[in-house]
Design a protein around this ligand. Structure first.
Ligand code: ZN
Length: 196
């Protein structure tokens, strides 16, 4: 199955299998990719007000453009300047922003750490998340190992593996398959919330 460079603006899929209730199921991938490329092309020339951006993209601004811009803002690739213009984050700024997950369930897991009973889903979701924001396997491994130690997760026990590194290595397939992180994050966060 071909993989796409940009996530679906609604369900974040990067292949042609959308979530069942996705608004863009059936929308041609060329249209989605064209909207992203066009928005990023304009913003790469400098901070731009949204009104100007809408006029500057190729072709008419439509719901795919709106959704792609929302996705870029939500994913912190684009941010608003104090003056109200939209600007593209540099690769370094972007990496710094996304290193600490901001989505609710992931944030819960990231901040509180995991607890016995949901380690599997918690580690799965973090590995899948770092993969989805473009971190290499080495970087992902490093981040998740640090998180296991710093969040107190490893100290809580409940692992079959002998070290945090082994725990992360056991999820290498999650990285390789580029699985989605949402479902696992939701399930793990629900367990974490009940126990903190
Ligand atoms: Zn979708």
């Amino acid at each position: 199955m071909p993989r796409f460079r940009y996530p679906c603006p609604d369900c974040r899929s990067t292949n042609s299998l959308h979530d069942p209730d996705c608004r863009f199921d059936g929308t041609a991938w060329e249209d989605i990719e064209r909207a992203y490329v066009s928005i990023l092309g304009v913003l790469s020339t400098g901070a731009t007000r949204e009104g100007r951006l809408r006029e500057a993209v190729d072709g008419p601004w439509d719901r795919v453009h709106s959704a792609a811009l929302s996705r870029l803002r939500h994913d912190q690739r684009v941010q608003e300047t104090p003056g109200g213009a939209l600007e593209l984050l540099s690769p370094a700024e972007y990496r710094e922003e996304v290193a600490v997950p901001s989505e609710d369930s992931l944030q819960t897991i990231y901040e509180h750490g995991s607890v016995p009973g949901c380690h599997d889903h918690a580690v799965f979701s973090l590995v899948a998340y770092y993969r989805s924001v473009g971190f290499s396997w080495q970087e992902t491994r490093e981040r998740v190992v640090d998180w296991l130690e710093e969040s107190g997760t490893w100290a809580r026990g409940g692992f079959d593996e002998a070290s945090p590194g082994e725990v992360v290595d056991s999820k290498r397939h999650v990285y390789a398959q580029a699985y989605g992180w949402r479902q696992a994050a939701r399930e793990a966060a629900a367990v974490v919330e009940r126990s903190v």
